[in-house]
Each structure stands twice: as structure tokens, then as C-alpha cells.
Design a protein around this ligand. Structure first.
Ligand SMILES: [Zn+2]
Length: 258
């Protein structure tokens, strides 16, 4: 049966609710909402599928994020040899999800056609979009495409029995989520379709989005796909590490979701 793990590799003190939730007024009593940075592992009977590629120590320094370890080193804690991973899903192209693709020399990367079209298209240079990607990351992805190492999806695709990607848009033009059939039911890896539990469970969109109806569509689809709301896994919420059992010896770093 498929297994799912979340593994933390970095963190940031974060911003306030007023900064992070769309349409939410700033309140001086607001606490900062810590952002955790994760990669996710889907262990299928046939092979490991990695979801997202985080960012490197160099990028952490440039953007002033705390970096505990490279995403590939985080995966190694669970026995994953990134050099042999055959498939990596990239939820979207923001810098904190695609920075360490170089650690997977033999992988094909699953991307939505619309995500690549957006970041190589007319509006990618506009400040509000451009600030969230690194040119070197986008260029590397273009190179991977030219090398035949991108697996393009337009919509939905089953990657392995019970493991599917779904185009949702919303946060970015080609944002995708992953649903996984497990012994606990269907788990949904939201990535940035829901930064925090408070987004998808509170019907409260994150402040950064490409289109707002798309974000609500993502909320609807995640509720539809997941066997219970508890199995929707937000992309940056520190609470994920408290809601699930830690992997032996890795409390505070890795949890087994299912
Ligand atoms: Zn993002």
C-alpha cells in the first residue's frame, strides 16, 4: 500500500494573519505565523515518488530562511537515495518548491503545462509574480524540458496505482495537488493550495494567488478527494508535525501521514 511522509528542511518566522490571509485586515495583536518548509515522500510498492524539491542552502541565505538541511538530505533521513528516484512532482515553480532539482539526476519531473507556459510567458516578469521565482530555477526547468526530462500534464494523471496529480490553479496558473490512496484513506498533498490548515479548513484563501476562484476550486476539490479533512496536508503549516506520528528518531522533522 502507498505510504506518505512529510519531512521538514527549513523554516521562517513568517508574517501575520493580516499579511497572509486574503482580505484579512491587519491587527496589531496579530502573532507571526511560522512557515515550515517541507518535502513530501510518497512510497509506493514499486518506487518512491518525491513531491517538490524545496530550496538549497544558498537560496536560504539569499532569502534569509532557516535551512536545517538540503531537501535531498532530508529525504535521505528516510532512506531515500535521490540519485535513483525516478519521479518528482513539482507542485508549482515558486522558489521554495523547485530549488533542489539538481539532486535528482535520474528523475523525470511532473509539471503542469500551464505552469511552464505561465513562467515562460508574458506576465512572469511582473513584480508580484517574478519575486516568487528564481530565474535560475525557471531556466533549469526549461533546460530539463529541452532534455526531455519533464513529464507534462494538462489536468489530471495517475502516476502510480492510487497516486494522482490534479491541476487546480489558484495559487499559481498551473498549481497542482497530489492525491494518494493509502491504508488510512485518500491523502491530499495540498502544497501551496493551502499554506495552513486555516486556509482549506477555514475557506480562507492565502494572500498570494493567481486567481481567487481557482483557489476556491482547489479547496472544493481537496475536500472532495480527501477521505477526511484531516488527510488534507497543508504546504507550510508547522502543525503537520504535531498532528501525525513522528518517524522513529525524527521527531520535529518527519512524520508518517499514512
Ligand atoms: Zn507558492
Amino acid at each position: 500500500m502507498n505510504e506518505v511522509y512529510a519531512i521538514k528542511f527549513g523554516e521562517h518566522p513568517g508574517g501575520t494573519r493580516g499579511e497572509y490571509f486574503h482580505g484579512c485586515a491587519a491587527d496589531p495583536r496579530d502573532q507571526r505565523m511560522q512557515l515550515d518548509y517541507y518535502v513530501w515522500l510518497v512510497r509506493t510498492p514499486a518506487a518512491d515518488i518525491v513531491v517538490d524539491a524545496g530550496f538549497t542552502a544558498e537560496m536560504a541565505e539569499r532569502r534569509r530562511r532557516t535551512h536545517f538541511r538540503a531537501p535531498s538530505a532530508a529525504l535521505a533521513l528516510l532512506g531515500v537515495d535521490c540519485a535513483t528516484v525516478p519521479k518528482v512532482v513539482l507542485s508549482h515553480f515558486h522558489y521554495d518548491h523547485v530549488g533542489d532539482v539538481g539532486a535528482f539526476p535520474n528523475a523525470r519531473f511532473v509539471v503542469q503545462e500551464r505552469e511552464m507556459a505561465f513562467w515562460t510567458g508574458r506576465f512572469a516578469s511582473r513584480t508580484e509574480f517574478h519575486r516568487l521565482v528564481e530565474d535560475e530555477d525557471v531556466l533549469r526547468l526549461v533546460e530539463l524540458g529541452l532534455a526531455g526530462r519533464l513529464e507534462y500534464v494538462d489536468g489530471e494523471r495517475e502516476l502510480a496505482p492510487g497516486v494522482r496529480v490534479h491541476l487546480v490553479g489558484g495559487h499559481t496558473a498551473g498549481m497542482q495537488i497530489v492525491s494518494i490512496a493509502t491504508a488510512r484513506g485518500t491523502v491530499v498533498l495540498a502544497a501551496d493550495s493551502s499554506h495552513f490548515y486555516g486556509n482549506v479548513c477555514g475557506d480562507a484563501p492565502f494572500a498570494v494567488h493567481n486567481d481567487l476562484p481557482g483557489m476556491y476550486h482547489a479547496f472544493d476539490l481537496m475536500h472532495e478527494l480527501a477521505s477526511s479533512p484531516d488527510l488534507i496536508i497543508p504546504g507550510h503549516d508547522p502543525a503537520v508535525l504535531h498532528r501525525f506520528d513522528p518517524v522513529d528518531g525524527l521527531a520535529g522533522t518527519a512524520v508518517r501521514i499514512a
